[in-house]
Design a protein around this ligand. Structure first.
Ligand code: SF4
Length: 309
């Protein structure tokens, strides 16, 4: 059963849950994702990621030194075979506040998009609008999404390889209409751990292919590429995620981020990341495959402090 007390879980699962909670707590603290008085709308799709997100946020809220409200939200897009009773049953048992929004975006997408063309862009645009409207109705100022570390890393590669941009998926950002803050509390959590956790607690998973659309082919390729790298050199996905938080603009080439034109000799120490090392190459410990990691299991969850009265 999901959201069981830690004591009711097996020892391994308890350890895994602690690890995930610690990583989520660290991400929330690092990016100040949740503050006292927030109303967080957690978008629940019925997949492993969003179940894990809700489960962990509820557990962390019990221990957090701040008060915030959690409302689970699901959009039933009327995809064929969507088991509409699964999420309400789950959420009722959990005793969490929730809102199920039913809107037949599936039919709109089928009607508007010609056969054989990709439906995702219209579908997600419609979904985004409904999510914002629901957040407004519920008085939510934060929208929590279940994207995890691997999603963020894969998005970075997709944008680099197919979009010509060094851009990933941020742990926290305002929405495109400027009204809400989107947060991704699973930003530091590896997908493999979410898979193991979701299996262990037996979430009532709803299949994610009901709309009949296949996963984007390029994303699938990136996923395979990173899985291959991680198998051969463990820790690569973690290293890329660390790199995303460790940007050195002077060693890239974006003239809007670093003043290459105005650069003067004589100030190497003032350059974050140091001056140029000419023909020397950086050295890496490729033997041990060690990589700087994000947080560890011993970390205490301390995100958010109560504001001074
Ligand atoms: S995969 Fe299906 S549900 Fe998801 S955005 Fe694309 S069309 Fe919509």
């Amino acid at each position: 059963m999901p959201n069981q007390s830690p004591e009711a879980l097996s020892q391994n699962l308890q350890k895994l849950r602690r690890f995930i909670e610690n990583r989520v707590g660290k991400a929330i603290g690092d990016y100040k994702m949740i503050e006292d008085g927030d109303t967080v709308m957690v978008c629940l799709s019925g997949g492993k990621d969003s179940y894990t997100l809700l489960d962990v946020l509820l557990a962390l809220r019990k221990r957090a030194p701040i008060d915030f409200r959690i409302i689970a939200m699901n959009l039933d897009q009327k995809q064929p075979g969507f088991p509409a009773e699964v999420l309400p049953n789950y959420l009722e048992k959990l005793g969490v506040e929730y809102r199920i929004v039913t809107q037949d975006t599936y039919s709109i997408v089928k009607e508007k998009v010609p056969e054989g063309k990709t439906t995702c862009s219209l579908c997600s645009r419609l979904r985004r609008g409904i999510i914002y409207k629901t957040a407004s109705e519920l008085g939510a100022n934060k929208i929590a999404l279940g994207h995890h570390r691997d999603d963020i890393v894969h998005t970075l590669f997709l944008n680099m390889l197919f979009g010509g941009k060094l851009k990933a998926m941020p742990p926290k950002l305002v929405t495109d209409n400027g009204d809400y803050m989107v947060i991704r509390p699973l930003a530091y959590v590896p997908e493999a751990d979410i898979i193991r956790y979701a299996r262990g607690v037996n979430f009532p998973i709803i299949p994610c292919n009901l709309c009949g659309t296949q996963e984007n082919l390029q994303r699938q390729k990136i996923r395979e590429m990173m899985a291959d790298w991680d198998a051969r050199y463990p820790g690569r996905t973690e290293s890329v995620m660390t790199a995303i938080q460790n940007v050195v603009p002077s060693h890239l080439g974006d003239r809007s981020l670093f003043d290459f034109e105005g650069l003067q000799a004589g100030y190497a120490d003032a350059i974050p990341g140091g001056g140029d090392i000419a023909f020397d190459t950086e050295s890496y410990d490729t033997e041990s495959c060690e990589t700087p990691v994000l947080g560890d299991e011993a970390q205490v969850i301390t995100f958010g402090a109560k504001p001074n009265p």
